[in-house]
Design a protein around this ligand. Structure first.
Ligand code: HEC
Ligand code: HEC
Length: 200
């Protein structure tokens, strides 16, 4: 073969290898999957405590897998046949949902109340799948691990879960099963320890 004929194949190999390493690098920016015993006991306990909250209906109701927000402890489809993408003034979230809960009408509220984008759907996912999605910049809105830590511990739609108000029938909404302080500590512990997702 003439040396010029080698240029194209070697370029192709070079680009294939480069693409492989770049994509591998990306996957490892935010998280890694535990290999056998690499998850510390402390980090794994923190992961489970954090996930007790993330899998609660106060979060999942706004992170649905279809296009309909859910309501209540049984996560039934939102009243009025609300669907994503088909919103007008009457069905705009903020026509009804204000910056604070309205305990007379039972409409919950927090600033910028809106439906999580489809890439951030958590409904029906396992704890491990939620963590993978949440730490994946392609699905989490381009967030770094540090951004996720701030979102999870400071964002008003997240913290609303501990002051969820009263529903339309007058019953207090259920709180997540872990206190806010314990949850915040668990999130920080998990992320400070490298955000390792347990194997199962
Ligand atoms: C009222 C609806 C609503 C509720 C309730 C809600 N979220 Fe979200 N969540 C959103 C929206 C909207 C976004 C997208 C915001 C953005 O990208 O700026 C989002 C994004 C996120 C993100 C960013 C990354 C990702 O992959 O999802 C995290 C993490 C998150 N929410 C966690 C939670 C947790 C934990 C709870 C419960 C304690 C919760 N959310 C409750 C609407 C909600
Ligand atoms: C026409 C008024 C109205 C509109 C528009 C509206 N909602 Fe609601 N929403 C309500 C009422 C009323 C409730 C309380 C129902 C109950 O809990 O009994 C509610 C409850 C919810 C809940 C339940 C919280 C929980 O954990 O139980 C979520 C989530 C929610 N709405 C999301 C949305 C989103 C996202 C939008 C916009 C896409 C939206 N809503 C638009 C009136 C509305």
């Amino acid at each position: 073969m003439k040396p010029t004929k080698l240029i194209l194949p070697s370029l192709l190999i070079f680009f294939a290898l480069a693409a492989f390493f770049i994509s591998k690098g990306n996957e490892e920016i935010n998280t890694r999957i535990a290999e056998d015993n690499t998850t510390t006991v402390e980090s794994e306990a923190a992961f489970e405590k954090m996930m007790d909250v993330l899998t609660h209906q106060r979060c999942i109701n706004c992170h649905p897998s279809d296009d309909t927000p859910k309501q209540g402890e049984d996560s039934h489809p939102h009243n009025f046949g609300l669907v994503r993408g088909n919103l007008n003034a009457a069905t705009n979230c903020n026509t009804c949902h204000q910056d604070t809960n309205n305990d007379w009408s039972g409409v919950p509220g927090a600033p910028d109340w809106s439906l999580a984008p489809h890439s951030m759907r958590w409904e029906g996912l396992s704890r491990i799948e939620i963590a993978q999605s949440m730490m994946d910049p392609k699905r989490n809105g381009g967030r770094t691990a540090d951004d996720i830590m701030h979102h999870l511990t400071e964002h008003e739609l997240v913290l609303w879960a501990w002051t969820p108000g009263i529903d339309a029938s007058g019953n207090p909404r259920e709180l997540p099963p872990v206190s806010k302080e314990e949850y915040i500590e668990a999130v920080k512990t998990w992320i400070d320890n490298g955000a390792v997702i347990p194997k199962q």
